[in-house]
Design a protein around this ligand. Structure first.
Ligand code: GUN
Length: 284
């Protein structure tokens, strides 16, 4: 029997719990959590994501400020904005939507964000804390995958987990979170020899490679848990990094695309913003 993981329902549950908590905290502290989102340029997908983030903030009862900057914005202009947001006590979270236009020094920008407000978990201080096993602000997508494991009581300790993809946004932090949860972790990437053989040894496969239907039935051992982080357009349809229909019967658990990991990312952004708000008010 294969269980289809309902990320939409879990994301919604997390978001409504957050909204409830925000109502109580607002009474107690006299202010709401504040999230600033910075979008530079006119990338179509980024505009959709930022609009979804704004809607989620309103629903959660947060103060949100969205900065939509022109595609000619300079690194210095962006650094000055981040400096202002770092100093603003009403702002608990700062997110700079990626990708940035190429004239902007992405590293300089991400490294400028106050680590205590870094709700994406991309600042090297937070990356370092995660990698030495500390609690901190974790990147939203892999953290959302960890919440799926928790919700569905999927055991990680001592399990073989294979992560396909080594991006700073998903693959690497995913591997670090799985390791922190005592899984034995293998990271596969474009230079890896025989990815299917490594995957066949996995109790858990997380695909974050950005290639439509990359993971096929010959990758999957019977009873494996398969998590699909991919969102690709193929012949006008949204498809993930796994061949869902082809592997379905072999899996014990599988995430659909859409409706699996995707909705968890925004839920965890709200979660991280609330966490930052609580830490900054000495409640955690
Ligand atoms: N672009 C694609 N995914 C992300 C993300 O998780 N955070 C930010 N800031 N930009 C992204």
């Amino acid at each position: 029997m294969t269980t289809i993981i309902d990320g939409k329902a879990l994301g919604q549950k997390i978001r409504s719990n957050i909204a409830g908590e925000v109502t109580l905290l607002k009474e107690k502290l006299g202010r709401k959590p504040g999230l600033s989102v910075v979008l530079v340029g006119d990338d179509a997908a980024s505009q959709v994501y930022v609009n979804m983030k704004e809607k989620a903030c309103i629903e959660a009862g947060f103060n949100s400020s969205i900065y939509r900057l022109g595609s000619n914005t300079t690194t210095d202009e962006l650094l000055n904005l981040i400096d202002d947001l770092n100093k603003n006590d009403n702002i608990d979270g700062i997110l700079v939507q990626l990708p940035l236009p190429e004239q902007i020094d992405e590293k300089k920008v991400l490294y400028k964000i106050d680590p205590s407000k870094d709700v994406d978990g991309f600042h090297p201080v937070n990356v370092g804390l995660l990698n030495i096993g500390e609690d901190t602000l974790f990147p939203c997508t892999p953290y959302g995958v960890m919440k799926i494991f928790e919700e569905y009581n999927i055991e990680l300790s001592g399990k073989n987990a294979v992560v396909i993809g080594r991006s700073n946004i998903v693959g690497k932090p995913m591997a670090a979170l799985l390791l922190k949860a005592n899984a034995t972790v293998t990271i596969c990437h474009s230079r890896t020899k025989d990815i299917p053989a490594l995957c066949r040894n996995a109790d858990i496969i997380v695909a974050a490679v950005g290639i439509p239907k990359f993971v096929t039935a010959d990758f999957v051992k019977d009873g494996a848990v398969v998590i699909d982080v991919g969102i690709n357009r193929l012949e006008g349809k949204l498809v993930g990094d796994v061949d869902y229909d082809g592997i379905f019967d072999k899996c014990s658990y599988i995430t659909p695309v859409p409706g699996g990991v995707g909705p968890m990312t925004i839920a965890m952004l709200m979660y991280n913003t609330l966490k930052s708000f609580k830490v900054r008010n000495n409640l955690l």
